[in-house]
Each structure stands twice: as C-alpha cells, then as structure tokens.
Design a protein around this ligand. Structure first.
Ligand code: JFZ
Length: 452
C-alpha cells in the first residue's frame, strides 16, 4: 500500500517535473545559449578553486545608495522603479555622488578578515549606471560624478594586490537604456523613454560593455548575470554573449540569476536567498540542482542596496549557520553588503563580518576546501567532507543522542573537533547514533570529526 502510494507520488513528481521542463522550454524558446560549450582547462581549474573558496562578499553599490531606500523598508536598489522616478530626475543622482571615504584597501582587508575569498560587485545594476569607465556610454561613474574615478578599477587593483578574486555582477535588465525595448515587466511607463527602440542595439551595447569589463581590468573571476527574468521572451542572444565572454577570458565563470536550470555555457548555478533545492523563497524554479558549482546569495538585513531604516540584521549565528548549511549542500555563500554614499561599509555589517571571520579562523578547516558530506542538510545540521574525513555540523539539537541515519562506510573514529576527545557512537542496522553530552554543545555549531 505504502509502496504503491510512494511510486504513484514519484510518477506524479516526474510528470510535474516534465511538465515544468516543457513549460519552461516554451517560455525560454529564444534561449539557445552556448550549445556544445566545452569549458577550458583554466575554467575547470577555476571551478575547483570556486568550490574550495566557499565564502564571498556581494557588493551592491550604485546611485541608489544615495536614496538609501527613501525611508522605506525593502529592496533599496529598486527605488527608481518602485518610486517611479523618471530618468531625467534620476540622472541628477550621479551629479552629487562623491564617496570621498571609499578606500578599496580597507574593503579588501575587511573581506580577508571575514574569511571571504572573493568579491562580486555590481558593475551595472538595473538603474543602468556603469560603476566603471565605460566608453560606450557616458552614463558612468567617471564621466557623470564629481568623484570622477573608476571604482571598479580601484577595487580590482586592490583585489589583485591582496589576492582576492573579483567577479562582476551585470544587469541584463536596464531601466535607463532607450533600446531596452519592448520593455519587460519592470521599468515601464515612468522612465520617460520613447515607446520605441532597437532591441538588437541594446544587446550590442551590453556585449560592448561586457567586452570592456573583460579586457580593461585584467583577469576576472567571472560574470554574475541578473535580469533575464524581466523579459523571458526576448531574444537575449545568450549564445553570442556567453561565447564572447569565454573567448575573451576562457577562465571566467558565467552564472545567471534566472532561477532556472543552468543553460549551456554557464559555469555555476546560483540560488537567490535560498539553499539549493529548498525553494523557500518560491522563485527558485530551477527544478533540479545541476552538477555545476553552486552558490547562494543572501542579505544581512532585507535589502541588497544600502537601506537607512532596515535594521533587521540577521545575527552572526544565523549567517554562520547559513554558511555551514550551504557548505553542506556543496554551495558557496555570497553574503551581501550595500556600501553607503560615503564609500564606507555599514559599520553594523563590518562588525558582523569580523565575528564571522573569527569563527572561520578557528573552524575554517571544516568549511574551506570541503565538498558536501554524506548527511544531507536537515533541521539539526549539515555535513561537509574532505577526503576520508566527514565533519558533522550539529547546529540545533537538544537531545544527547543524535541519530544520523546510515553512513556510507564503517566509522574508524569519531572525535569532537574542538578538543579531539572521542565521541561515543553506536552503528545499528538503521544508522548511526552519536552521543553528544550537553557539556560539549556549542551555541553555533558543535563539530564532530568522523573518519571512515
Ligand atoms: C535580483 C535583483 O533584482 C536584486 O536587485 C538583487 O540584485 C538580487 C541579487 O537579484 O533580485 C531578484 C531577481 C529575480 C527575482 C527576485 C529577485 N524573481 O524572479 O523573483
């Protein structure tokens, strides 16, 4: 009875998945992407590096930071669309963008102290403003602001100095460019753009900007795309864009926040504010987890861009447990901060990152360089793995005896990571039970080191 029910359920799920795939292939009929893509040797090496790195800083910095969310909770970098600010008015913002306290050396040192290995920064967000010296549009930080300096270049030079990889976020969606037409679901009406435009010119423009980013700044980690979801039926010419990137920098990793199963030519799969496969946000319709390297991104409060009134900061415990669970899924955590108009990072975020970094100084061995472990992340914790060692991360567990189900092999030894004292355990025909006395429990993560 139970068996037939579960096989019925399974076949229903298969049907659902197939229907979903069919539906999304209809929706994305124009997405041919880079068929037959073979990642270069360098790219494969970078994927390994990426999977070992585990932890990066996401930076959302653009003209929106000056409005700081306008006193509202919510996603501050969307203020142009949400408050319906016409381009003519929004274009005044660069005129007083002058981040005199921007010190890339400070940013990158902070990143290193936090235990992060890479940075992904917005080179252009939906507002359409380039935070670098673009020759194909003067709507950029060098030409339009009193600051007048190439922020991306300054950051890249510092990253090179301190051995941190830099990725560029690039928004395919654009609320400023007139040729982003026909418009998608956002940026309609209020912007003041004429109701006409040449889509192909927009894609040419985007490819030209990407070419600049991939030729003028040395070797970059990769490109983090976002915005295709604004206009699924558009001819994005992804095949061309992805081939261009891989030609200019074969090692650069491409990922896209389209919330679908990765297209050919993409080098990693990402999850927005979600652990892979959990779809707790309801917008990660990827259907499945690919075997590409994985990354999830998350905010420290509720906004990506600097928001003056959103004080709903996640605790360091919560963020560390997210990092640990992501590692348990084999995914990286890209944790966000939205710098202030001054160029300083919000002090609350710096404080949090320093605490996270201290924890990683002590326990990083159980995170960096690991892959997902044999016990799938679950309510009580997660597991990571390095060679014959499995790290069981016990995050929330009240009882003394923890049942972890079947492990792939017989246990050779089990120790508490902290003091290397033995853990009592019992292997039964149903799985393994481990004894964790209350005196051994840690508030963030009780780590057991198991050799098999
Ligand atoms: C996107 C951006 O819009 C946002 O500003 C931020 O940069 C984030 C990292 O990425 O956020 C999205 C994108 C798509 C959906 C939701 C949020 N979606 O399809 O539901």
């Amino acid at each position: 009875m139970q068996d037939s029910q579960s096989s019925k359920l399974k076949s229903m799920n298969v049907k659902k998945v197939l229907a979903g795939l069919l539906f999304s292939s209809l929706l994305i009929g124009n997405v041919s992407a880079q068929q037959g893509y073979q990642p270069s040797e360098k790219n494969l090496q970078n994927r390994e590096w990426f999977q070992n790195a585990k932890f990066g800083l996401f930076i959302h910095w653009g003209m929106y930071c000056q409005l700081a969310g306008g006193g509202n909770q919510g996603i501050a970098e969307w203020i142009m669309n949400d408050r319906k600010i016409p381009i003519k008015q929004y274009e005044k913002l660069p005129g007083f963008f002058n981040p005199v306290s921007f010190n890339p050396a400070e940013w990158v040192s902070m990143v290193k102290k936090a235990g992060m290995k890479y940075i992904t920064i917005t080179s252009k967000h939906h507002e359409g403003f380039a935070m670098y010296d673009s020759k194909v549009s003067d709507y950029n930080v060098v030409k339009r602001t009193p600051y007048g300096k190439d922020i991306i270049k300054m950051l890249k030079d510092e990253c090179d100095k301190q051995g941190i990889k830099l990725f560029f976020y690039y928004s395919q969606l654009d609320w400023h460019h007139p040729d982003y037409f026909p418009r998608g679901n956002t940026g309609q009406g209020f912007t003041g753009r004429p109701e006409k435009g040449d889509w192909n010119k927009y894609i040419d423009y985007m490819n030209a900007q990407l070419t600049e980013l991939l030729t003028n700044y040395g070797e970059v980690g990769g490109i983090w795309f976002d915005g295709m979801w604004d206009k699924w039926d558009a001819p994005w010419r992804l095949d061309e864009t992805y081939a261009l990137i891989h030609k200019l920098q074969p090692g650069a990793m491409i990922g896209s926040n389209h919330h679908k199963f990765p297209f050919p030519g993409e080098d990693f799969q990402m999850y927005e504010r979600d652990l892979p496969g959990e779809n707790s946000m309801g917008f990660n319709h990827t259907g499945a987890v690919s075997d590409l390297p994985l990354e999830m991104c998350e905010t420290m409060n509720g906004s990506w861009g600097f928001n003056l009134v959103d004080t709903g900061y996640k605790s360091t415990k919560q963020l560390l447990q997210t990092l640990i669970k992501a590692s348990g899924y084999g995914a990286n955590l890209l944790l966000n901060t939205g710098p202030m108009p001054s160029g300083k990072i919000q002090p609350e975020n710096v404080d949090t990152l320093m605490v996270v970094g201290k924890w990683l100084d002590k326990y990083g061995e159980t995170i960096y360089g690991t892959r997902k472990g044999p016990v799938k992340p679950t309510t009580w914790g997660a597991s990571t793995q390095k060679g014959s060692i499995t790290y069981l991360h016990v995050l929330n567990y009240g009882d003394e005896n923890l049942f972890v189900g079947k492990l792939p092999k017989k246990i050779k030894s089990a120790k508490f990571y902290d003091d290397k004292t033995p853990v009592k355990f019992k292997e039964t025909e149903y799985g393994v039970i481990l004894n964790i006395p209350a005196s051994k429990k840690k508030s963030i993560d009780t780590i057991l080191e198991i050799e098999m």
